[in-house]
Design a binder for this molecule. Structure first.
Ligand code: SR1
Ligand code: MG
Length: 409
């Protein structure tokens, strides 16, 4: 019998035996376990283990050094520890909004966690044009609780410094430095992907725009140096499982101490991909108008509700005497909002031209519509970055979106 004291990459057939060995009480005796691989992410292998004699299930996620997206990319399996540790912390900061971790196995680099049954991946649901009116309220709650409460505003500084150390995540951050903050602006690794019809547009708008490069460099420096909050680090709509009443935020393996606006900007950018997907593919006028209005409302409300809840939580939780004034609170918030717009721009551009695209855009089968979507996204992303200090409310985002879209009619 295996005792799993040496790492090996599991196949589907290995996983039920692994769980029976590691967590014998979860399913109990008499269980008939089956397993299937359910992951479609870029990095890891994800399995669901089910008991055919009960409705119990759980998730097994294993990290390999070679990434699924590209065997040439090798990344430390320590990301599994980081993910398990931040999920346990976020379970306390934002109860009920992250899956429960049952155990982390540092030899096998396996996280075993709650199956988010009754929920579906938000990106998939949005590409099917499903509407979730409670999302802005739920995600703004998650953002305030995880970002503000891990910052120096709330945490004793020595405790926070120890968390900074615990969540040093160099390999995953390097992916972000390259894919988000560098390659979209020069294609230095020749990995960018876009519609051939946009080749000249992308050269002019992204590769030759030196004003843009300076602003991206400033944002990159902030990502590298601003240890503000313990961020999720990859909070796109594929990192949310959702139903009409509830969300789970999961997959925080890119977590580290960075700018709080990184997570908010990611969500905002990814919501708009779904708007464009609807415009390019949804034929029923009434439903498509309703869906796109839901996306715009959600973008607006996510920002506005974040601001409201942030101010309440700040006043209730601020500990450092020097940070107690409303003037400092507003300064801190305005920096987060500027970073939010900047990152919304970076995420918008990198998912459009970078190697890790999103199916909302890359799945548009009509070439003309996809090329138009790319031009809208590049123009909008630049606007977010270059005018980031002017994006102070939800309406600033929806105005910018409608203005850019109308330009490409
Ligand atoms: C090489 S990994 C590519 C992308 O997938 C992840 O989800 C992150 O977004 C990363 O940038
Ligand atoms: Mg992921």
């Amino acid at each position: 019998m295996k005792n799993y004291d040496k790492y090996f990459l599991m196949e589907t057939k290995d996983v039920s035996g692994y769980i029976s060995y590691k967590l014998p009480d979860f399913f109990g005796t008499g269980a008939a376990l089956s397993c299937n691989e359910i992951g479609d992410g870029n990095l890891n292998y994800v399995f669901r283990v089910s008991d055919e004699n009960s409705d119990k299930t759980l998730i097994v996620k294993q990290a390999a050094e070679e990434l699924r997206i590209s065997k040439e990319m090798k990344v430390s399996t320590d990301r599994g520890r980081i993910e398990a540790d931040i999920l346990k912390l976020q379970a306390k900061l934002a109860p009920g909004l992250v899956p429960e971790v049952y155990f982390y196995d540092e030899v096998m680099c396996v996280i075993c966690m709650e199956d988010m049954t009754g929920h579906e991946m938000m990106r998939t649901a949005l590409t099917e044009h499903k509407i979730f009116p409670k999302f802005a309220g739920q995600i703004s709650e998650f953002l305030v609780n995880t970002l503000l409460k891990t910052s120096d505003i709330v945490m004793p500084h020595k405790e926070k410094e120890l968390l900074v150390k615990k969540f040093v995540n160099p390999d995953l951050c390097e992916i972000t430095h390259d894919l988000v903050y560098t390659e979209p602006y020069n294609d230095c690794r020749k990995r960018n992907i876009f519609m051939p019809a946009n080749a000249e547009f992308i050269k002019q708008e992204l590769y030759y725009d030196t004003e843009l490069h300076l602003e991206v460099a400033k944002l990159k420096s902030s990502f590298l140096t601003n240890a503000q909050s313990l961020i999720h680090g990859d909070l796109h709509t594929g990192s949310v499982f959702i139903n009409k009443d509830h969300i789970f935020v999961f997959d925080p393996e890119f977590a580290f101490y960075g700018p709080a606006g990184y997570d908010i900007g990611n969500i905002i950018a990814n919501l708009f991909f779904a708007w464009l997907h609807s415009e390019a593919t949804q034929t029923d006028e009434k439903n498509s108008n309703e869906f796109r209005q839901f996306i715009l409302d959600t973008i607006k409300d996510t920002i506005d509700r974040f601001k409201e809840k942030f101010r309440i939580a700040y006043r209730q939780n601020v500990n450092d005497i020097m940070f107690k004034s409303d003037e400092y609170m507003e300064l801190f918030l305005s920096q987060i909002l500027s970073d939010t717009a900047g990152v919304a721009g970076l995420e918008t551009i990198r998912r459009t031209v970078g190697m890790a695209g999103v199916k909302d855009i890359r799945g548009i089968s009509d070439d003309m519509k996809r090329a138009r979507a790319e031009r809208i996204l590049i123009t909008l992303g630049k606007d977010y970055i270059l005018r980031r200090n002017e994006f102070k409310s939800g309406n600033d985002y929806t105005d910018a979106i409608l203005s850019v879209v109308s330009h490409f009619k």
